[in-house]
Design a protein around this ligand. Structure first.
Ligand SMILES: *Cc1c(COP(=O)(O)O)cnc(C)c1O
Length: 407
């Protein structure tokens, strides 16, 4: 992965791919410019060994292309597209594969920004949305679709698994069965898109379980240093050609600087994520032993004979570094804990080298209606922790002193 897609001979022997901070690229002759545009606009198929040339950085740039080729290796995808944010990746997918009158089936809870776009923006384009929860059976989901009277217009199934922050699992194989019921011809294709940000490209590979598209907020594990906002989508050549087409005209591709930083980040992705997971396991053990912690939510704690536990066994290659727990004393207990942290930062976001803590109910999930928070099990006393790469003794020292002060 680290040397894939880049040849030092292209850049004076530079061992690392440089930043190609340029808006446009010089054609060696007019015929080349013509050929590059023919390929970019899909006017003809490439000839044998013909590679698409560089034109303009809204269409392509070496820092994006090399990064995209490297991202494909993690998920076993044919093609990838990088965006300037996770939200631009998500909204481009939704807009490309849905049109007026279509139906979108989406899991709850989803990321707050995604939820807003699905419920506030898509309806303006007369796109109908139907929700489903982790505990819904296949029959219940089908029933809810049929009740809309528009089930035959289903065009996309969207999923975020595990659910943030409670770690409940969605069964991607079940979603594929639902898709296959409605995907009766190419002309009414139903696409499964999975936001895999929460487990990242190490611990879950949705394309292996029936998803057509996998989406990332690369701001999280992939970027991993809390210093960039970025997104990515991966899938087949055919799907990605459509997504890259819309990206060209929305102009929401990542810039060369973001691409370069993400290539830097990919080199340590596995090291970081594995260190974070090892730390999370230690943190979970500690939390379970502290008298001011009521309940701990972690993928590794799911009973293997429970519904979510069985899905985790089939679908996940790790238990991740995202931990939630209920602090004694409701919101004031949780706030007292958060306010007394000294090393762990009080901030939203996740998957970075530094440990972060936040209060889902009043922060990341502030837009979720009260009755839904209850259904989803997001309580006043819940804190969400993204475990970083610090020494676990340091993290636990901090958690302990802050928990000890909770009255
Ligand atoms: C952060 C996040 C997003 C949004 O990504 P941005 O890079 O902030 O635009 C989408 N989905 C999930 C699961 C996220 O955690």
């Amino acid at each position: 992965m680290m040397s894939h897609g880049y040849n030092p001979e292209w850049s004076e022997g530079a061992v690392k791919c440089p930043i190609y901070q340029t808006s446009t690229f010089v054609f060696d002759k007019a015929e080349s410019g013509k050929a590059f545009f023919e390929l970019a606009y899909g006017k003809r198929e490439p000839n044998k060994n013909e590679v698409p040339g560089l034109i303009y950085s809204r269409l392509n740039n070496p820092d994006l292309q090399i990064l995209e080729e490297r991202l494909c290796l993690w998920d076993g995808a044919q093609e990838a597209a990088v965006f300037e944010s996770g939200m631009s990746a998500i909204t481009t997918v939704l807009l490309e594969f849905l049109k007026p009158e279509d139906v979108l089936l989406y899991s709850r809870p989803v990321y707050g920004g995604t939820d807003h776009f699905i419920n506030e923006v898509l309806p303006k384009y007369n796109i109908h949305v139907v929700e489903y929860f982790a505990w819904d059976t296949e029959e219940e989901i089908l029933q809810r679709l049929e009740q809309t009277g528009k089930a035959e217009k289903l065009r996309m199934i969207y999923c975020e698994t595990p659910a943030n922050p409670t770690n409940e699992m969605f069964d991607l194989k079940m979603l594929k069965r639902i898709r296959d019921k409605f995907h009766v011809a190419e002309s009414n294709e139903v696409v499964i898109a999975v936001d895999n940000t929460y487990l990242g490209p190490i611990w879950q590979h949705p394309l292996e379980h029936g998803a057509d598209l996998v989406i990332y907020s690369a701001t999280k594990y992939i970027g991993g240093h809390s210093d960039i906002i970025a997104g990515a989508v991966l899938g087949s050549h055919a799907h990605m050609a459509r997504i890259k087409g819309l990206r060209t005209f929305m102009g929401n591709m990542a810039g060369p600087w973001t691409g370069w930083l993400l290539m830097r980040s990919l080199e340590t992705l596995k090291l970081r994520m594995e260190a974070q997971q090892r730390n999370a396991e230690e943190v979970v053990k500690f939390l379970q032993s502290h008298e001011n912690v009521e309940k701990v939510y972690y993928l590794g704690l799911l009973e293997s004979d429970s519904r979510s536990g069985k899905i985790r066994e089939e679908q996940c290659k790790g238990t991740g570094a995202m931990v939630a727990f209920d602090v004694k004393g409701g919101e004031s207990g949780a706030f007292s804990f958060l306010n007394n942290l000294q090393l762990v930062k009080l901030a939203v976001s996740l998957g970075s080298t530094e440990s972060l803590a936040q209060h889902p109910k009043s922060m990341t999930h502030a837009g979720v209606p009260d009755e839904d928070l209850k259904k989803l099990g997001i309580t006043d006393s819940m804190v969400r922790l993204s475990v970083g790469v610090e020494h676990h003794d340091d993290i636990i020292w901090d958690l302990k002193q802050a928990l000890d002060q909770v009255k």
